[in-house]
Design a protein around this ligand. Structure first.
Ligand code: PMP
Length: 288
């Protein structure tokens, strides 16, 4: 199996399109040592990027939260995203814009480091397989908690925040689960390694308040779709033991889309009418 570095196609790197295999960085890249990197995950449906504007805005916001300025305009990054989709002939796929500090300086301080940017895209029809989408995901509990906002830039989609996401996901998969639910530093339900969480309580949709983790673009989209269906949507702090009373559960994310959950550890859920409706509505919206 070939890795992600060994593919045909092109990647946008620092302002120009380069052959895929030549999109390289030096080992003394600041981001590699100190996590000074932010990124986005976007999805194209029928060759069109869904919510491109929102994703680009979040990329710039993420960089700002880490104290660096991307040396391109939002229009230039959006054009780069569209161009990699087009030039790599992607119809249904994933787009990965990235901005990071380079090897111009070495040490914890970032002064003198240049901000680099790249956009890659590849075919990626589904994050979870058909069976998981029909029968629901199996989640376990993560031993890692989302950090408090004064211990990390939690509103940023910063690479460093994914260290505990990878540890959680790897542990879950090793134990035969699809993913893991992470609590926040106070013990409230937070999110999974790469998606937001929703629960149905008495026909109402409840989702954790995103005050220390990513307020997902899919999350916002699904809240709007639910309200359009007349479903009451409530953002609040949710304690894990409350999940015993939830009838349905699902997760949302650009890659994960809307995917039902059938269990989170000891808590079991049905793939019920609310999640089925929202999956259908989301599918229709992204393909419209
Ligand atoms: N939380 C985390 C940790 C994520 O990586 C993602 C995926 N970007 C999400 C939530 C969902 O965000 P979005 O809907 O914007 O993709």
């Amino acid at each position: 199996m070939t890795g992600f570095e060994d593919r045909d196609g092109v990647i946008w790197l620092d302002g120009k399109m380069v052959p895929w295999r030549e999109a390289r960085v030096h080992v003394l890249t600041h981001a590699l040592h100190y996590g000074s990197s932010v990124f986005e995950g976007e999805r194209a449906y029928n060759g069109r990027i869904f919510k491109l504007r929102e994703h680009t805005a979040r990329l710039f916001k993420s960089a700002e939260l880490l104290g660096f300025t991307i040396p391109y305009s939002t229009a230039e990054i959006e054009e780069a995203c569209k161009a990699v989709v087009k030039e790599n002939k992607i119809s249904n796929g994933y787009i990965r814009p990235l901005a990071w500090l380079g090897p111009e300086t070495m040490g914890v301080a970032t002064k003198g480091a240049k901000v680099h940017a790249a956009v890659a895209a590849w075919d990626w029809p589904s994050y979870y397989g058909k069976e998981a989408r029909e029968q629901g995901l199996r989640l376990t509990h993560s031993k890692w908690a989302r950090p408090a906002p004064n211990t990390a830039p939690t509103a940023s989609k910063a690479a460093g925040l994914y260290m505990i996401a990878s540890l959680s996901k790897d542990m879950a998969e090793r134990d035969g689960f699809n993913d893991a639910m992470m609590l926040d530093w106070r013990g409230y339900v937070a999110e999974t390694s790469s998606a937001n969480l929703f629960f149905v309580f008495n026909g109402e949709l409840h989702t954790p308040t995103p005050d220390c983790f990513l307020d997902g673009i899919t999350r916002r989209t699904v809240m709007d779709l639910a309200r359009k269906r007349g479903i009451t949507v409530i953002e609040r702090h949710i304690k894990p033991e409350e999940l015993a009373r939830a009838s349905e559960a699902f997760l949302t994310g650009t890659a994960a889309e809307v995917t039902p959950i059938r269990e989170i550890g000891e808590y079991k859920f049905a793939v019920g009418p609310v999640v089925k409706q929202l999956m259908a509505d989301y599918h229709e919206l992204v393909n419209s």
